[in-house]
Write a protein that binds this ligand. Structure first.
Ligand SMILES: [Zn+2]
Length: 325
């Protein structure tokens, strides 16, 4: 888990607990003003608790009797609340998550992240890398039926058949990572063939599996790299450290000769030295890729033992289709 996101979540959980306390206080004051009879029972129960504590400090109290009386009072409060149109637990402690009571941690003495914290973390990471949860770009929602069934001109297969294979490859990769057959993936093809959707679906699955993934457009990535090159900014460490780096739409970014190519080479090279996975989508075929980024960069992606190149071909299905490029 990323420390920066965990820090943000810790603050948010603090705020939630603070809001819970305020809400408890508000309800208590409301009952005090509107339902004095119930409030009197609440006070009785509190006196019992504090009285018990005082007695416990003095010596052994009649614990059994006290517990029974407490139970009675609580039942009375609950039924009276319902009688007056409130929920029975209107005066009970307020929290969103009954498992961790909004602390984000469970277990004693070993504190593990609660399921609610994991979910919130995944949501935050999705937002951070620009995955739009409203779009639901997942393998499950990938609609093969938007791809034409007729054979691609000059090929023995249809675009739909081809996408079925690519979809399966990407899914297997994201589900098996880090034990996938290939360390790196390259998706090539022109706009509107479904590359970005596949990238997003992979990122979504990896996040679900608690893997630190960074999805970034080539344009934004070059900005980060340039900044670190010219201004000695540390922003590029994120690009180096993510377990899986996904670069979307490589080839669409403005090319700054030497800087772009050099920075891209260093990034790919360094990640490969660390045995970290990189997934690239590009509108260039491998020949054009080499032309634009030089043989040196292309060679980083040529080893077929660790890099799988997937060519998406066919026609732009955004025309009349409902899939994002
Ligand atoms: Zn929880």
């Amino acid at each position: 888990m990323r420390e920066d996101l965990l820090k943000e979540l810790e603050l948010e959980y603090d705020q939630v607990r603070f809001a819970n306390e305020r809400e408890e206080q508000r309800r208590r004051e409301q009952i005090m003003a509107e339902e004095p009879e119930i409030y009197a029972l609440v006070r009785q129960r509190e006196e019992l608790i504090f009285g018990t504590l005082r007695n416990a400090l003095r010596g052994p109290a009649d614990a059994g009797n006290l517990a029974a009386r407490m139970k009675e009072l609580s039942a009375e409060i609950r039924s009276k609340l319902e009688e007056k149109g409130f929920s029975a637990d209107y005066l009970a402690p307020v929290y969103r998550c009954p498992v961790c009571r909004d602390t984000g941690r469970t277990g004693d003495p070993v504190k593990e992240p609660c399921a609610c914290l994991k979910k919130a973390y995944q949501q935050k990471l999705r937002g951070k890398i620009g995955l739009d949860s409203g779009k639901n770009e997942t393998f499950e929602s990938f609609d093969l039926s938007v791809f034409p069934e007729e054979k691609i001109p000059g090929q023995s297969f249809s675009q739909r058949e081809l996408m079925r294979v690519h979809l399966a490859t990407c899914r297997k990769w994201a589900e098996e990572y880090p034990d996938s057959t290939y360390r790196d993936l390259v998706l090539t093809g022109s706009t509107g063939l479904g590359k970005t959707f596949l990238l997003h679906a992979m990122a979504d699955r990896l996040i679900e599996r608690d893997i630190n993934v960074l999805l970034i457009s080539a344009y934004r990535m070059l900005e980060v790299l340039r900044k670190s090159y010219f201004e000695n900014d540390q922003g590029s460490s994120e690009l180096l450290d993510a377990d899986v780096l996904m670069i979307d739409d490589l080839g669409s970014e403005p090319l700054m000769q030497n800087v772009t190519v050099e920075q891209l080479f260093n990034l790919l090279n360094e990640r490969q030295n660390r045995n970290l996975s990189t997934v690239i989508s590009t509108n260039l075929d491998m020949a054009k890729f080499r032309e634009r980024y030089t043989e040196r960069v292309a060679s980083r992606l040529r080893d077929s033992r660790c890099c799988k190149v997937m060519n998406l071909i066919g026609r732009d299905i955004r025309v009349g289709g409902n899939l994002k490029a």
